[in-house]
Design a protein around this ligand. Structure first.
Ligand SMILES: [Zn+2]
Ligand SMILES: [Zn+2]
Length: 282
């Protein structure tokens, strides 16, 4: 059954409640099936005709009648798990709402929004500062600022895994690369980080600065200057926000220099074609 059929079959919240109660009952020791009257009481519906109607709508696909009672089918069990994980729900949407950051391009307040499993940070002039997916289950019960920092955590982890050659989505091997042109052979200026998984189709697209974001030597440099990278938003460091910090120094093989300067101290950073970072101080 595809999600749209599941949506249709579960259009009434009462039906979702029935599946949930059956799942709860199955977790109790010794409970194989739940009788009609018992199930109706668990779900908390007085009108037995209405309850019977909705229960019947779930039969065959989600619920099976057996041994004088009802139990979940395999699809029913999987559907409850998916509902609890937020797969079939919108997971709530939050914002747009200003957050404690400014646009690097125009200094306007940054505004965050979470919708359809994606967190986006922009400014009122529509500059996109950051966009990343966050599973609805992870966003459940969180405030918008919490969703933003969770999404940043997800992004950092995904970048780290991708640069280590592991697909963040499915764990298949991937080849991270710094691209100077896109799939359509259009030049990318400045070059950017591109990771594409042949196994699951997952993609990661970002600035070269993402490679520096998860580099220990760059992190140590920022910490020494009292600006720990994990205390700022991922879109804020100049090496992420400012295209002007990125410079191609060699074409074949590709080597890109990224300017990192704090309080007049300079860190010489280069990134190779597969996103590996080399750091030299001075
Ligand atoms: Zn802006
Ligand atoms: Zn993958």
């Amino acid at each position: 059954m595809d999600p749209s059929e599941a949506f249709a079959a579960l259009s009434d919240p009462l039906r979702v409640d029935i599946l949930r109660e059956l799942a709860t009952a199955h977790r109790e020791p010794g409970v194989e099936t739940v009788g009609f009257a018992d199930l109706r009481k668990r779900v908390g519906v007085r009108d037995s005709g209405r309850f019977r109607y909705h229960l019947n709508e779930l039969r065959d696909n989600f619920v099976r009648k057996a041994d004088g009672g009802y139990r979940l089918t395999v699809t029913g069990v999987e559907t409850v798990a998916a509902i609890l994980a937020g797969t079939y729900t919108h997971g709530g949407s939050l914002g747009p709402e200003p957050i404690d950051s400014e646009c690097s391009a125009c200094d306007a307040d940054a505004v965050a929004v979470y919708r359809d499993g994606r967190c986006a940070v922009t400014c009122e002039n529509d500059h996109l500062l950051f966009g990343w997916t966050l599973p609805p289950a992870a966003a459940a019960d969180a405030t918008l600022p919490e969703v933003v920092s969770l999404t940043e955590l997800y992004a950092r982890q995904a970048i780290e895994r991708a640069l280590a050659g592991v697909c963040p989505k499915c764990s298949a091997p991937v080849d991270p690369r710094i691209a100077v042109e896109g799939d359509d052979a259009e030049p990318i200026d400045p070059p950017g980080l591109r990771v594409r998984c042949e196994t699951c189709g997952g993609r990661l697209v970002g600035p070269v600065g993402f490679c520096l974001l998860v580099d220990p030597a760059v992190a140590a440099f920022y910490r020494r200057h009292d600006r720990p990278l994990d205390a700022c938003h991922v879109w804020e460091p100049a090496f992420v926000a400012d295209d002007g910090t990125v410079d191609v120094v060699e074409r074949d093989p590709l080597r890109v220099a990224v300017e990192v300067t704090l309080d007049g101290d300079r860190l010489a950073v280069t990134v190779d074609e597969s996103g590996r970072v080399s750091v030299r101080e001075g």
